[in-house]
Design a protein around this ligand. Structure first.
Ligand SMILES: Nc1ncnc2c1ncn2[C@@H]1O[C@H](COP(=O)(O)OP(=O)(O)OP(=O)(O)O)[C@@H](O)[C@H]1O
Length: 387
């Protein structure tokens, strides 16, 4: 079932950074810089709630004790590696599978006894699931017919939605006569046409090539803004999650590891797992020095720094940061990779290899394999993550 696409808005009551039970860690504090939009979302009413939901298949626990609150209008992405329970969480919400324990509420009411076909939701799958023998127009009319909408209204609504997804001249085509991106737009239009209160997306763009995926990400974000529809999206694509979401839920082995806004998740991951899953992370272990930070190291944590926060320089070169705030180590370049406008260095320091990423600026010294370099960073850029 990993090829369904669904949109909705989820908020983990259990694991957001502000309520994670992590003692006195500095990242318990919600990141600053919230926009008016963020605040408005936080104040919007809860639309969907998972209350201690567990789903077992025999010996396998696919989802374990998940509690979430999705707010009206939110775009929430469930992100996690294969087998972490993302799709099961979505299928539970869609009513395709029933919880073993716990309850799911929509608009404050338990939906335990409501079959999926009676849940008013739009669903989009990676495989589009368009009817191949029906034209685009007939595909779009189908959900309206099911709801008893009369022919005149159906016509108007189909015209309107075709216009909104930029497919006004494609109503007479069969799905096989459309590109992948166009088929995905029809699938989205079909999910939205009956004005569902929320939309569920499972790996919505997984079948598209990279360029088209980026274009569709922008289109989906625009559509979400226009419709203001609560959306829950399941993906294992970090970039997609970062681009589209108001908030991201990171799942691991059936549980929620962390929930937060994309920037906050990247800048202040709670655990080594999240730090590594969302971007690249240097865990500052086994260096021949004590890593210093502006904050004391809480027990059970390890220091972490993102590659773009590390500067690479010749040994003894003046550093770019304030001396009192600076930490530096010496290492040997193992590898240097050009990645378009970026240079990525792998540098051996003791028994660790640190990754540093720098924007390629003109006049900047380039280091090669075997060169001795100095790596330095600001202590304030060090984060402590759960080991
Ligand atoms: N119908 C089923 N019967 C038995 N086990 C299942 C069933 N559906 C899912 N599982 C198991 O539950 C766990 C979670 O599966 P799920 O499909 O939710 O993960 P996922 O994060 O969506 O993975 P992927 O990204 O690979 O789709 C996995 O171990 C999977 O094998």
């Amino acid at each position: 079932m990993s090829d369904a696409l669904i949109i909705a808005r989820i908020d983990s009551g259990r694991a957001s950074p502000s309520n994670l039970n992590l003692g006195s860690r500095p990242f318990n504090v919600a990141a600053s810089g919230r926009s008016t939009e963020d605040n408005a979302l936080e104040q919007s009413p809860a639309q969907i709630e998972f209350r201690n939901v567990t789903k077992r298949y025999g010996q396998v626990t696919a989802v374990q004790d998940v509690s979430l609150t999705v707010r009206r209008g939110e775009f929430l992405t469930i992100l996690g590696p294969s087998g972490s329970g993302k799709t099961t969480a979505l299928m539970l919400l869609a009513g395709f599978v029933a919880p073993t324990e716990g309850d799911i509420l929509i608009a404050g009411n338990s939906v335990a006894a409501v079959p999926s076909y009676r849940r008013d939701q739009g669903i989009v799958f990676q495989s589009y699931a368009l009817f191949p023998h029906l034209t685009v127009r007939r595909n779009l009319e189908f959900p309206l017919e099911m709801r008893g909408v009369n022919a005149g209204d159906r016509l108007k609504r189909v015209d309107r939605i075709l216009e909104r997804v930029h497919l006004k001249d494609f109503g007479g085509r069969m799905p096989s006569q459309l590109s992948g991106g166009q088929q995905q737009r029809v699938a989205l239009a079909r999910a939205l046409i009956a004005d569902p209160p929320f939309l569920l997306l499972d790996e919505p763009l997984g079948a598209l090539d990279r360029n088209l995926r980026e274009q569709m990400q922008i289109e989906m974000k625009t559509l979400h803004k226009e419709f203001g529809i609560t959306t829950i999206c399941v993906t294992h694509d970090q970039e997609e999650a970062l681009t589209l979401s108001d908030r991201i839920v990171v799942m691991r082995a059936g549980r929620i590891e962390q929930t937060d806004r994309p920037e906050a998740l990247y800048d202040r991951p709670a655990s080594r797992f999240v730090a590594n899953f969302l971007g690249e992370a240097n865990i500052l272990e086994n260096l021949d020095c004590d890593v210093e930070s502006n904050a004391p190291q809480p027990p059970g944590t390890v220091p972490m720094i993102r590659p773009e926060r590390i500067c690479v320089a010749a040994p003894g070169a003046p550093t770019r940061s304030d001396e009192r705030q600076r930490q530096s180590v010496t290492g040997i370049v193992e590898d240097m990779i050009y990645a378009g406008p970026l240079r990525k260095y792998h540098v051996r320091v003791g028994s660790s290899v640190l990754v540093a990423r720098e924007h390629a600026a003109s006049g900047q010294q380039i280091f090669r394999q075997g060169d001795t370099v100095q790596l330095d960073w600001l202590q304030s850029d060090v984060r402590f993550v759960e080991a």
